[in-house]
Write a protein that binds this ligand. Sequence first.
Ligand SMILES: Nc1ncnc2c1ncn2[C@@H]1O[C@H](COP(=O)(O)OP(=O)(O)O)[C@@H](O)[C@H]1O
Ligand SMILES: [Mg+2]
Length: 309
Amino acid sequence: MTDSTPDLAIEVRGLQMSYGPRHVLRGVDFEVRTGEVLCLLGPNGAGKTTTVEILEGFRQRTGGRVRVLGLDPADAKARLRERIGIVLQECGFPRLARVGELIDIWRSYYRAPRPLEELLDLVELTADRDRQVRRLSGGQRRRLDFALALAGDPDLVFLDEPTTGFDPESRRRCWAAIENLRSLGKTILLTTHYLDEAERLADRVAILQDGCVQTAGSVRQVARQAGVMTTISFATPQALRAGAVTPPGCLDVRVSGEIAVCRTPNAALALRELLAWAADNDLGDLDDLAVETPTLEDAYLRLVSGGTR
Ligand SMILES: Nc1ncnc2c1ncn2[C@@H]1O[C@H](COP(=O)(O)OP(=O)(O)O)[C@@H](O)[C@H]1O
Ligand SMILES: [Mg+2]
């Protein structure tokens, strides 16, 4: 049964999941478009792994509708296996196997595997192909996970917290591997609790909390929905500090010593008004003018700590 919209790789509508009496997912809605990176965010225990495992066909949902590449993972697990790549939160390898060997074994499970050299290159393990698994660092092992997930050249890749516990260098290499995947046109569903990771990698994010997706969209859209303002700051002109001029009230300019700050939902409009006001009052160019757009972290903290609710 392939009854979903063709440009959606994943479609989730009213997804419910209970573990006994515990309702973890209470009607989750989101979609992942073909070729995009969607990042599922949410506090620990929000149900991210549960959602991902349902989509992978590892868990039976208790309600709702789910389509993955047009198929229902609850009854098409075997058919999906050929087309999806999975990086689990934890997994074990034979420690004595060598990197290249292990990838080749994985490749042999698929009808149209990706070439070994390409896989090694994609995850930056070419120099380590003859190294034993037990000699790899945590970050290298995780990139080996990626290579294995990609062995069958899947259309869709699931990455559940791919960089948790990594040092900054290993995280950057993992990000590079994910960006490589994206540039191959793969669709990626990523979970993470690092907001900088989501901000860097995701085309769109969905925030899971209290059993539902509370907010979804691009980082900018989410920041706007969270009601986080853009700030425009500038060195306080002498005339403003002395009270000789007053900026238009709509700009809500607050002066704290040498710095004046305006918070606004519309940076372009506010900038125009601010510069016009400065010109009208012979304040010259505003020194140290800086525009700071809200980060995903600002938006997330506001949404998840209930700042707007
Ligand atoms: N097999 C299970 N049996 C019972 N409860 C579970 C099981 N797996 C997860 N849970 C519970 O479901 C909730 C969501 O877990 P999980 O999906 O792992 O969240 P996340 O990945 O967002 O941290 C947690 O409270 C967790 O304790
Ligand atoms: Mg998890």
